[in-house]
Structure formats: structure tokens, C-alpha cells
Design a protein around this ligand. Structure first.
Ligand code: 13P
Length: 261
């Protein structure tokens, strides 16, 4: 049984004051939910707001904190970077790595993502490793190869236990921020392919345990269908996670569907 995850990626949005307001609103709107049935909920603010958001949330009571990126070295002469021990010090438990926006705008490679995943895991945090094809790659019929190769490279050298404890997010680039959600059956097909790839490079057991999320224009109106798919274990939500009401509705929608796993 894989525990579902609903994670909000706030991207480059919200000052500290605005982040506090949003998380307080999310907390109020999810307060009465049955904690035993609630998915693991994660919010990923910008670095500067992590501490203030963490002070508001009580860890272990339903809502966890994630960072949106990290560097793989612990400390040293790396101007402008933030390391995993420093993120851990802020009480974050998750770190997103390999988001397509970082691949696209900041030149992040699978080699970097693999180093980051190893650093995150070595400090006991959980990586949310993102993969996904561009529109051009999909139209050229290259989706499966692109996604498979990203996963093989991103997970290289991880132990079976580390893979089992990681989270993967399939985010087709063309579905991010466009309002064009990937068809649920198609998202499930690619996620199954990712799971089979994990089984090949790691083990069947870790493939059965690793949680794989879908991301790309997830909304309250799409979550139930997405969560009812056999292999979709949750969602990585962008735009809709910036509205407390929508994010709470997505969490509630996920709770309505009991996954066949
Ligand atoms: P949207 O939900 O805004 O499409 O963003 C998805 C995403 O990139 C989450 O990481």
C-alpha cells in the first residue's frame, strides 16, 4: 500500500508574509480532515519562507515542508547555493529535484539531479525527482524514451532502499501551467512505464514501493480521476497550490478515491 502524496510547488511566488497567510489558510481548511485517511501533504515555498511556514505547521500532523531545489555539496565556496543540511535545519523533509523549469532555464542535467538526489537521501530527506517530456518530444513519439532515460540517469547508484523511499513526479512539460492536463489514462501509462523502469534498474520491490506522482495543471476537478488510476500515487501541484481553497479541495478529492494499491 503506497500512501498518497499531495505536494504543492509554490515556485517563485509569495513573500514571507504572503506565505504565512497562505499556509495558515491551508491549515484552517484542512484542520477537520481525518488525519488517518489524509494523504501526506507537502508544501514547497521559496527558501526564504521555509522557516516561517515550518513554524506554523506542526510536523507529523499532516503537512510537511519541502524545498524546491538544493546543491549537492554540504558547504563551501558555492556562492548563492543552499545545501541539504541547511534545508534540513529549516525543518524541511522533502526536496524537489530536476523540475523541468530548472532543466530548461538553469541548465540542470540528469547528472546534477542524480548528485542532488544522493545528497538529499544521504541526509535523510526525501527527494521528489521530476521527469517529463516536452511537447516537441511527445509529437516526435519520443515520450517513453525520454522519460525512461531520465529515470535511469537520475536513479543511478541509489540503493534499493533509497529508491523505495524516494518520490518521483511525472510532469509532462506541455501540461505545466498551460491548463492542458494530460489525459489520466495516458499519465497512468507513462507512470507504469516509469515503475517498470525502476524495477529494471533497482528491483521490483522498490518499484512497488516508490511513490509516483502526476504533475501538470492538476485542479480540484481533475484529481479524482487521476487518483483513481492504478499507478498514480498523488499529485505535484503548481498554480492550484497557491490558492488555499483549491489546494484543500485537491486534498479532499484525493481522499475520496481509495487507490487499488
Ligand atoms: P501547474 O500545476 O501550475 O501546471 O504546475 C505543475 C508543476 O510544475 C508542479 O511542479
Amino acid at each position: 500500500m503506497r500512501k498518497p502524496i499531495i505536494a504543492g510547488n509554490w515556485k517563485l511566488n509569495k513573500t514571507v508574509e504572503e506565505a504565512i497567510e497562505l499556509v495558515e489558510d491551508i491549515k484552517v481548511k484542512t484542520m477537520d480532515l481525518d488525519k488517518n485517511r489524509m494523504p501526506t501533504v507537502v508544501v514547497c515555498p521559496v527558501f526564504t519562507a521555509i522557516k516561517s511556514v515550518a513554524d506554523i505547521l506542526e510536523r507529523g500532523k499532516g503537512i510537511y515542508i519541502g524545498a524546491q531545489n538544493c546543491y549537492w555539496e554540504d558547504s563551501g565556496a558555492f556562492t548563492g547555493e543552499v545545501s541539504v543540511p541547511i534545508i534540513k535545519d529549516l525543518c524541511a523533509s522533502y526536496v524537489i529535484t530536476g523540475h523541468s523549469e530548472r532543466r530548461q532555464y538553469f541548465g540542470e542535467t540528469d547528472e546534477n539531479i542524480n548528485k542532488k538526489a544522493k545528497a538529499i537521501l544521504s541526509h535523510g530527506l526525501i527527494p521528489i525527482i521530476c521527469c517529463g517530456e516536452t511537447l516537441e518530444q511527445r509529437e516526435a513519439g519520443r515520450t517513453d524514451d525520454i522519460v525512461k532515460n531520465q529515470i535511469i540517469a537520475d536513479l543511478q547508484g541509489l540503493t534499493e532502499e533509497q529508491v523505495a523511499g524516494s518520490v518521483i513526479a511525472y510532469e509532462p512539460v506541455w501540461a505545466i501551467g498551460t491548463g492542458k492536463t494530460c489525459d489520466s489514462a495516458e499519465a497512468n501509462r507513462v507512470i507504469k512505464l516509469i515503475r517498470d523502469t525502476v524495477a529494471q534498474v533497482s528491483s521490483r520491490d522498490s518499484a512497488d514501493k516508490v511513490r509516483i506522482l502526476y504533475g501538470g495543471s492538476v485542479k480540484p476537478s481533475t484529481i479524482e480521476e487521476q487518483m483513481s488510476q492504478s499507478d498514480i500515487d498523488g499529485a505535484l501541484v503548481g498554480g492550484a497550490s497557491l490558492k488555499a481553497e483549491d489546494f484543500a479541495q485537491i486534498i479532499k478529492g484525493a481522499m475520496l478515491v481509495s487507490s487499488p494499491n
